[in-house]
Design a protein around this ligand. Structure first.
Ligand code: SAM
Ligand code: SF4
Length: 339
């Protein structure tokens, strides 16, 4: 664990240096993935959402406080109007060296339009979410998505020189017959692939969660029938464990928040588009940074609010999906906190 001696840095009560900020720039999306959203989602009133200028000021305050990696997510970050003005503004911290990495998690639908601009302002890598290579299943899973459009986005991103990691949620009875194909396809295109275990976040309707849930230990056992997996020491401080796949030469990750405890090395906090800071993905406690941000043009009040929030970062979370707990463990949707 890094323990910098810079007094402005954010160190939580457990000695963890907070160096990674994930920002949900909008709760809206052009897809309605079945594990993420209900079909008839109610989104935040626009008036509650921070302007892009406010988001940039808030993110910049975190960069000043020692954040080295910043990820824009959502909802779908690239559907926010004028989002490039924010990315460009934050890209300046890359130019100055204050920020080491600026990246996005996206569903890829708008990449054909934005890939070149993203690369031009200092973005080097993207996470693109894609759970299936079957266009019909893709439409069913995302309700509104078009696989071809995402594929064109991926082409554009790779042409622009962006490194891509594919994220796929493992869903029982949906894409569990496709793991081998997804691995060969991603690695064949020079992209890493990470499987994510479905998490109980937000009401999505009915008993869907239990039907979808697939422990990644099962996914790994299935994959190990086709490939040799060598555990890699590659770490991001997050919940992913990585393996090198001998047959493809590519990297394969597993994110298993439900079956593994990854909290002790947690280096991240999450900011919503209303300026609410969540210190843990799996807990309800949050701090409002919008009022302190708006209270003054100087950042003193904001800085104090950030310090107080970090002092409340919990040691970890306790997610659970089983037959007695079908209700979401955390009421907010992933699209609010940004995954
Ligand atoms: N719209 C963008 C996208 O889909 O990449 C960014 C936001 S999305 C909420 C971020 C990631 O969270 C996606 O990879 C998505 O698959 C994942 N996700 C959403 N709901 C989830 C859930 N209930 N459990 C696990 N992963 C989830
Ligand atoms: Fe939208 Fe991403 Fe949620 Fe799918 S996972 S509905 S693309 S925010």
């Amino acid at each position: 664990m890094t323990r910098p001696h810079y007094p402005n840095y954010m160190i939580d009560p457990f000695g963890r240096h907070i160096s990674y900020l994930r920002v949900s720039v909008t709760d809206r999306c052009d897809f309605r993935c079945v594990y993420c959203m209900a079909e008839d989602m109610t989104f935040l009133p626009k008036a509650e959402v921070l302007s892009l200028e406010e988001l940039e000021r808030l993110c910049s305050a975190f960069v000043r406080r020692g954040v080295k990696k910043l990820r824009l997510t959502g909802g779908e970050p690239l559907v926010r109007k004028n989002v490039m003005s924010l990315v460009r503004g934050l890209g300046k911290h890359i130019d100055s060296g204050a920020l080491e990495e600026l990246t996005l998690t996206t569903n890829g639908s708008q990449l054909a339009k934005y890939a070149k601009d993203l690369a031009a302002v200092g973005v080097k890598r993207l996470n693109v979410s894609m759970d299936t290579l079957d266009p019909v299943k893709f439409r069913e899973l995302t309700r509104w998505g078009d696989l071809d459009q995402v594929m064109r986005g991926l082409d554009a991103a790779q042409d622009a020189g962006l490194k891509i990691k594919i994220n796929a949620v493992a869903l029982r009875g949906v894409n569990d017959g496709e793991f081998e194909k997804l691995i060969r396809w991603s690695h064949g295109r020079g992209m890493d692939l990470t499987f994510i275990e479905v998490m109980p976040m937000g009401e999505i309707g009915g008993e869907a969660r239990l039907d979808q849930y697939m422990p990644l230990s099962m996914a790994r056992a299935e994959i190990a029938k086709h490939f040799t997996l060598d555990e890699s020491d590659f770490r991001t401080g997050g919940p992913a464990r990585y393996f090198n796949v001998a047959e493809t030469g590519g990297r394969l990750g597993f994110i298993t928040p439900l079956t593994h405890n990854f909290c002790e090395s947690c280096n991240r906090v999450r900011l919503t588009c209303t300026g609410t800071l969540y210190m843990c993905l799996g807990q309800e406690d949050a701090a409002d940074l919008r009022a302190p941000l708006r209270a003054s043009e100087s950042d003193d009040i904001l800085d104090r609010a950030i310090t107080e929030a970090i002092a409340r970062k919990p040691k970890g979370h306790d997610f659970m999906i089983d037959r007695r707990h079908t209700a979401p463990a955390v009421r907010r949707h992933m699209s609010v906190t940004g995954g």
